[in-house]
Design a protein around this ligand. Structure first.
Ligand code: K7E
Ligand code: CUA
Length: 635
């Protein structure tokens, strides 16, 4: 195709997209207020959907649903099937509700940023099954990755690595949580911090794929290796399992390696007929670093594919791809190109054979491109705008169709020789609408549960009470236990989930309090457990306070300092009763700690304002909660 016809194809697809949006938007009438809905033929469906999603007062949900919070920088927790929001876990953004980002430790973790763009939560795994220990989440804005401990639902580590720009292809965990992925979405000059104009994009700009090592004992993350890549946009990823264990996969677009000023990447990045899936052998990368074959660049061990062979390959895929997903058995790698109405299935055994036979189409910056026809198993005509794929445990895959606003259910291989592939697309359900990601229960594990699917829709026009020009983000719960998919619930969240993960509730066993003697929890050396230990010490211009909080007082409850002093306050909540939290806020000083039972938090600040300032407990704790207060006097 000439560039011009390609542009026309692209324009035509855009028109189809707009039309499809319009049709779906018109087709879905806004629901009437509850009780105003007519009975009619819908009644039995509504009744069965209601029964399927109703969690009676006092009963618990079967699953946890962890939504990424997008540019809110947080994670939202809901239950399935009720879809009720039960918690928000702050990760990359301060959250006054839990005092996150106000005490010294969490403030330091945030590293001076007050937001992040969280896209893909990933659960830790043992033998390809979710083990309920940790949840990882990427930040697409500041190139970071975070770990949440599912024992207390709190962020424990936020990690930055050099040379990565916009970490989007993350956080995809390997089969035994050896590594979690990171990758560059928007290439920048290499090494980090280098200046090169965009007209040198093709040569000076680089991407990076990285393996972040996970400590099997405590989940601590450290940088394993980086691989230097051509300046493509590395988009979505997944880790292999079973026969594909040992490999990581990322889609990439803009294999044209262009950034033309005023040239519109949406057009320039869609010229080639195919883009790629990048495949990395992480065990080979690990070994290459151990063998001293990496160069240290800005402190990171970087592997150059020009010098180190057999660590990375490209697999051709329909242009402008988004999702790549590994099937539960690990044999099938599924990739989708947004501008192609098909999803491509690759066989890991064919991929391994092509590598062994050096069956390559070309080599790009030292990375061999596998021959498409040798590794492809099939192209499935799923529908318009395929993005992401999830699985049940029964041999079916579910692909989100952004343009069509639908979910397609299709059969994984084997297929009959020469068969019409349309017959393998077995069901389709419209969603409301413009779906992005979708997620099935335990969907990234080796044994998905095959009962629930959540469609994460990008738009949700009119299916909720109006709240002004910005509308809530929409998620729809779909029952996938039968042959036909059934929509059973509409739910809404804050901006803006991209991906989510669903784990069986009984795999999690969160603590009720931080027990005084539980060795699992790192205890602050500044914890105190009695009024006798409470004290204020002055060293020169520094005033340090060891404070104890309990129903319903603080000890000490008066702190006297001089203007300009550095003040350090450690507050321990000595309660050992569940949900007996105490807050510690100093008015007009922007200080807001929330201390869980058995926890100690520290805040350091300068007493810059003169006067008398009340401090008080912000978290309702007893009938005498209002009395839990004191004074901070600045002379
Ligand atoms: Cu929004 Cu995975 Cu970042 Cu697709 S991503 S939709
Ligand atoms: Cu302590 Cu309210």
């Amino acid at each position: 195709m000439t560039k011009r016809t390609r542009t026309h194809v692209w324009l035509a697809l855009s028109v189809i997209a707009v039309l499809a949006v319009g049709m779906v938007a018109c087709g879905k009438q806004p629901t009437k207020r509850r009780g105003a809905r007519g009975a009619g033929g819908q009644t039995s469906d509504i009744a069965s959907a209601a029964l399927a999603t109703y969690v009676a007062p006092g009963d618990l949900d079967e699953y946890y649903l962890f939504y990424s919070g997008g540019h809110s920088g947080q994670i939202f927790v809901s239950g399935i099937p009720s879809m009720r929001h039960i918690a928000t876990i702050p990760v990359f953004s301060p959250y006054p509700g839990t005092g996150y980002g106000f005490d010294d430790e969490s403030k330091e973790m945030l590293g001076g940023y007050n937001w992040g763009d969280s896209h893909h939560p990933g659960l830790s795994e043992t033998d390809g099954e979710y083990d309920g220990r940790w949840l990882f989440i990427n930040d697409n804005a500041q190139g970071r990755i975070a770990r949440i401990d599912l024992k207390d639902f709190k962020t424990k580590q936020i990690m930055t690595i050099p040379n990565i720009s916009a970490n989007h292809g993350s956080s995809f965990v390997t089969q035994n949580s050896e590594y979690v992925t990171m990758a560059t979405r928007m290439s920048v000059p290499f090494p980090a911090g280098t200046y090169a104009d965009v007209d040198e994009y093709a040569t000076k700009y680089k991407g990076i794929a990285a393996g972040i090592k996970i400590d099997p004992e405590n989940g601590h993350m450290s940088l394993g290796w980086e691989i230097l890549l051509p300046p493509f946009n590395y988009d979505l990823g997944d880790s292999g399992k079973g026969p594909s264990d040992g490999y990581m996969f990322w889609t990439c677009y803009n294999s044209e390696r262009e950034f033309i000023e005023g040239g519109k990447l949406e057009v320039t990045a869609s010229q080639r007929d195919k883009d790629f899936i990048l495949m990395v052998d992480w065990r080979a990368a690990e070994k290459a670093v151990a063998d001293g074959r990496a160069k240290t660049v800005t402190g990171a061990p970087v592997l150059y594919p020009e010098d180190v062979a057999d660590i990375a390959w490209f697999i051709p895929l329909a242009k402008s791809p988004h999702g790549v997903d590994v099937s539960p058995t690990g044999q099938w790698i599924v990739g989708s190109g947004k501008l192609s109405p098909t999803t491509t299935v690759y066989d890991i055994e064919k991929i391994k054979a092509a590598i062994a036979a050096k069956d390559f189409e070309e080599t790009i910056d030292g990375i061999p491109v596998l021959t498409y026809s040798s590794v492809r198993e099939a192209e499935i005509p799923v529908g318009l705008g395929p993005l992401h794929t999830q699985f049940d445990g029964k041999g079916y895959a579910y692909t989100s169709l952004f343009v069509e606003s639908a979910v397609a259910k299709w059969k994984l291989p084997p297929y009959e020789e020469g068969a019409d592939m349309n017959q393998y697309v077995v069901d389709k359900i419209p969603v409301a609408y413009n779906i992005g990601h979708l997620v099935t229960a335990e969907g990234d594990s080796m044994s998905p549960d095959g009962n629930y699917l959540v469609a994460l829709n990008k738009l949700s026009k009119g299916r909720h009470l109006s709240v002004g020009p910005s509308i809530p983000e929409s998620a729809q719960l779909i029952d996938i236990s039968g042959d036909k998919m059934k929509l059973i619930y509409d739910a809404f969240t804050e901006p803006e989930p991209h991906y989510a993960v669903i784990i069986k509730a009984d795999k999690l066993d969160p603590v009720e309090v931080y027990k005084k003697d539980d060795p699992y929890w790192h205890k602050s050396p500044d914890a105190i457990w009695s009024v006798e230990e409470a004290r204020i010490e002055r060293r020169g211009k520094t005033v340090e306070v060891w404070m104890m909080s309990v129903r319903s007082f603080f000890a000490p409850d008066v702190i006297r300092v001089n203007k300009g002093d550095e003040v350090i306050i450690h507050v321990t909540n000595i309660e050992q009763t569940r949900d007996e939290l105490h807050g510690f806020a100093i008015n007009e000083y922007n200080i807001n700690l929330v201390i869980d039972p058995g926890e100690t938090k520290t805040v350091t600040f300068t007493a810059a304002k003169e006067g008398v300032f009340a401090f008080y407990c912000t978290n309702f704790c007893s009938a005498l909660h209002q009395e839990m207060q004191g004074y901070f006097l600045v002379k």
